[in-house]
Design a protein around this ligand. Sequence first.
Ligand SMILES: [Zn+2]
Length: 390
Amino acid sequence: MDETPLPKALLQQLTPRLPEMLSLLRAYVVTESPSLEKAAVDRCCAVIAKPWRRLKGARIDRIAQKHRGDHLRITCTPASAGKRPSGQLLVLGHYDTVYASGTLRKMPFRVSAGKAYGPGTFDMKAGIVQGLFAAEALQRLSATAQPRKRIVFLWTSDEEIGSESSRKLIETEARRSDAVFVLEPSYGPRGALKTERKGVGEAELVVHGRASHAGLAPQDGINAIHEISRQIARLETWNDLRRGVTINAGTIEGGSRTNVIPELARVQLDLRATTVADMRNLERRLHTLRPELKGSRLEVSGGFSRAPLERKMSAALFARAKTLASEMNLALEECAVGGGSDGNYTAAAGIPTLDGLGAVGDGAHSSHEHILTKTMPQRAALLAALLQSV
Ligand SMILES: [Zn+2]
């Protein structure tokens, strides 16, 4: 009788497959997929889809998009004889990258000293490779060890630009699911999972004043720049780093010439919050701003687009992942991050979500983006173990 715990058996099965994983990663990375270039992204979609066809019984839906790249949904129904799946698990990721076409010429795919470099390796094509090998490893298990739940893999094309075309699909699949695993990059050299993500938003404040000649009729003007300066000074006091609430005036514009009292000024704001309550509070305060200069008028638009992924939505899944990792003799850490992902949407929909389950590496969105190759089988095995046991 084989006494090896399942996570360890999965790791033993996956470790020798690293060369195959790297050759698939190469194929994925050398097909560039900048979010805004539909033709290129669609070409990558076909490349991403191809190896998934070797999964027995998997249903592959290419969900056509008009303006963005197509999304891919792969549905694996467990082979456990005659039994209906007892639920659904969603594995989420994106195959678009932030790099414009042609970036490969400057940063080609290469493997060196245990690292695989290239645009989108870490964020997050290696995650998709790990997802495929996890699915395959599960199929190779005996009938009694098969997952009980249907597993849906969703690879979207526009996460890096806010997921406008994929959000509905993500939320719909999440609501059908008992848990969501997001294969975004992990954090730091030890590959901490992301159990908490800030909510992210953008807002704009426009101030309307009244134009006048600064020399001839200063009494007739209402200076929109003076007003917006007062408002920004107030907004700055709302920052609370300890609570994880930040408001950042990122761009500002207003006025036309020095001798004209400006009638218009605008500022664009980045908003972050760690809890849903703080997010709501920040939005409410923004909308209750009142002008200080008599006769000026404020206009506030925008708000949070991604609600926070609160730790309570991931705590139980992380505990499970940690136990499974320890059965492979691997330590697993967690962390909180300030950036959002599609995991924010699924957590906000009320579905337990564990994020940062993808590659271990560094340099996302930069010229030294890379993954640590030896962690690929480990993370694939961890994902497979989670899918098998949740
Ligand atoms: Zn990403």
